[in-house]
Design a binder for this molecule. Structure first.
Ligand code: 5AD
Ligand code: SF4
Length: 471
C-alpha cells in the first residue's frame, strides 16, 4: 500500500516547530509520510500562531487559498492546530466548512484519534487544557537545529500576563519540565555528538521557581555545564523581572555559557511599561544590563520592542530610542502593537493609526541598523571563536556561529563541522560575516596557537529569536 501524504505548514515560534515535528512522527504510525507539496497531499495540517493580528490573518488567507484542493479531492483531510486553533476553537469549524479538525496547544496527544475519526468523516475540535501531571509527561523531545546544536525545551506556558500578550491564554499556565529529564536528554544529545544546547521556554528565568525540589534556572545551567561533550549553552527567552543576580553570575563563571542574551524590553518608558504590566522600570532594566556587562564584557544583547502601544506618546517613544542608544543592542526585533482579543490592553483606546506606528518602527529600525553596523565593523580584523555547524553558503565554505550567535561563513573543509575554531573576520555583511584564515582549537597540538590568533573580545551579534515570528 502506498503511504498517505501529510503536508504540514508551521507558522510562528520554535514551540510550534517542535510540535510540528512531533505531529509528523505521531502520524507516521497511521501511515502518513511528510510531503513538501500540498497539491498531492491526503492530509494538510496548519500549525498556527496568533501573537499578532498579522500572523492570524495569514492563517485565514492560507485556509481560503487551500480550499480548491479540498473541492478537487473531498477525501482530503484538513486541520488547524496551535495558537489560532486554541483561540478560536469551534468557530473555525463553523467559519471554514472545509475544515475537518481543530486541535489546541494541549491536545497533540489526541491527534491520532482525531485523524482516525476524520478518515471516517467525523469533524472534531479539541481545545481543553490538560492538567499539569499529564503535561509533565508530554514535553516535546529535543530538536536539532543543526548537526551540532539542539533546542531543549525546559518549560512551557507563561504566567506573566503582559497586558498585550495572548500567550498565557493560548499556551496556558507556566510549567517546568523535570530537571532529571532535561539532564538525561542533554546527556543523550552529547553522546550523539551535539555540542551546543539552547534551553528553550517562554520565560526560562522562572524555571523551577514554582516546583518544590527542582533547581532554579541558574542551578540548572550549572548542571548542564557539567555534562561532558557540551561546549556551548544558550537560552531563550528571558524576562527582565526574573533576571536574578544568581543567573547573571553564571555569565561570569560558567565558561560554556555563551556571551549572548535575548532580554526583551518592550519599551523604554516607565509609564508604558506600567501599562504593559511588565513588572520592571527603565532604571531596573538598565541595572540588569549593567550587571550583565560587568560580569561578561562584550556580551551580545538582543531584545523585542513594541512600538505604538496605547498611550505611547512621542516622549515615551523617545525614551525607547534613548534606551536603545544606551544599551547598544547587537540586534532588535521590533513590532507594531497589534491588539489581541481577550487581553487587557485590547480595552485601551488606540490613538495611533497604522501609518504612525510604522513610522516609529522605521525610526527605531534605522537607529538599530546603525548600531548593528558599528558593532559589525568593530569585528573586522579580529579573530573570533566559532563552532562550525555545517556547510557554508558557497562551495568550499563552512558555516558556524560566534558566541554572540552571529553567523560566519569561511573557507574550510566539511571535516571541520563540529570543531571549535578561531576565525579571522574579513568582511561584515548585514546578516552574516565572512571569515578568512582559521585555527582549529580542537586539533591535536592546538595549545601552541600562534600569537597572531589571540582572540579579541568585542561586542557581538544576534542568533535570532526562535520564539519569534517576524510577522
Ligand atoms: N502586538 C505586538 N507585538 C507583540 N508581541 C507580543 N504580543 C504582541 C502584540 N499584541 C511581541 C513582543 C514579544 C514578542 C514575542 O512579540 O515584543 O516579546
Ligand atoms: Fe509571557 Fe512574554 Fe507574553 Fe509577557 S510577552 S505574557 S512574558 S509570553
Amino acid at each position: 500500500m502506498n503511504a498517505k501524504q501529510l503536508y504540514m505548514e508551521t507558522f510562528g515560534c520554535q514551540m510550534n516547530v517542535n510540535d510540528s515535528e512531533r505531529i509528523v512522527t505521531m502520524l507516521a504510525d497511521l501511515g502518513y509520510r511528510a510531503t513538501s507539496q500540498a497539491s498531492n497531499a491526503d492530509m494538510i495540517l496548519l500549525n498556527t500562531c496568533s501573537v499578532r493580528g498579522g500572523a492570524e490573518e495569514k492563517v485565514y488567507k492560507r485556509l481560503a487559498n487551500l480550499r480548491p484542493l479540498k473541492k478537487a479531492k473531498p477525501a482530503l483531510i484538513m486541520g488547524v492546530g496551535g495558537c489560532v486553533a486554541q483561540q478560536e476553537g469551534n468557530e473555525l469549524l463553523q467559519k471554514f466548512p472545509w475544515l475537518d479538525l481543530v486541535f489546541g496547544t494541549h491536545n497533540l496527544h489526541l491527534l491520532v484519534d482525531m485523524v482516525r475519526d476524520a478518515e471516517n468523516g467525523e469533524r472534531r475540535c479539541e481545545t481543553a487544557f490538560i492538567d499539569n501531571e499529564q503535561r509533565l509527561d508530554l514535553f516535546p523531545p529535543a530538536k536539532g537545529n543543526s548537526r551540532v546544536s539542539s533546542f531543549v525545551t525546559v518549560m512551557q506556558g507563561c504566567d506573566n500576563f503582559c497586558s498585550y500578550c495572548i500567550v498565557p491564554y493560548v499556551r496556558g499556565r507556566e510549567i517546568s519540565r523535570r530537571s532529571a529529564e532535561i539532564i538525561a536528554e542533554v546527556r543523550q544529545l552529547a553522546d550523539s555528538g551535539v555540542q551546543e544546547v539552547v534551553l528553550l521556554g517562554q520565560n526560562v528565568n522562572s524555571y523551577g521557581l514554582k516546583t518544590e525540589g527542582e533547581p532554579n534556572f541558574a542551578r540548572l545551567i550549572r548542571m548542564v555545564a557539567e555534562i561532558e561533550g557540551i561546549l556551548r549553552i544558550r537560552f531563550t527567552t528571558s524576562h527582565p523581572k526574573d533576571m536574578s543576580d544568581e543567573l547573571i553570575a553564571c555569565f561570569g563563571d560558567v565558561a560554556k555559557l555563551c556571551g549572548q542574551i535575548h532580554l526583551p524590553v518592550q519599551s523604554g518608558s516607565d509609564s508604558v511599561l506600567a501599562l504593559m504590566n511588565r513588572g520592571y522600570t527603565r532604571a531596573s532594566y538598565l541595572d540588569r544590563i549593567r550587571a550583565l556587562k560587568a560580569v561578561r564584557p562584550g556580551i551580545a544583547i538582543t531584545a523585542d520592542i513594541i512600538v505604538g502601544f496605547p498611550g505611547e506618546g512621542e516622549e515615551d517613544f523617545e525614551q525607547t530610542l534613548s534606551l536603545v542608544e544606551d544599551v547598544r543592542y547587537s540586534d532588535l526585533f521590533i513590532f507594531a502593537y497589534s491588539p489581541r482579543p481577550g487581553t487587557r490592553a485590547a480595552d485601551l483606546v488606540e490613538e495611533l493609526g497604522r501609518e504612525q506606528k510604522v513610522q516609529r518602527l522605521e525610526r527605531l529600525l534605522e537607529l538599530q541598523k546603525r548600531i548593528t553596523r558599528e558593532i559589525s565593523e568593530s569585528l573586522l580584523g579580529t579573530c573570533q571563536p566559532v563552532l562550525v555547524e555545517g556547510e557554508g553558503k558557497h562551495h568550499g565554505q563552512v558555516s558556524g556561529r560566534l558566541e554572540s550567535g552571529r553567523i560566519v561563513n569561511f573557507p574550510g573543509d566539511p571535516g571541520l563541522i563540529g570543531s571549535l575554531v578561531e576565525v579571522r573576520i574579513v568582511k561584515a555583511y548585514q546578516n552574516s560575516l565572512l571569515g578568512g584564515k582559521y585555527y582549529d582549537l580542537t586539533a591535536e597540538g592546538a595549545e601552541e596557537k600562534p600569537e597572531s590568533f589571540a582572540v579579541v573580545q568585542v561586542p557581538c551579534f544576534k542568533r535570532g529569536n526562535p520564539l519569534e515570528d517576524q510577522t
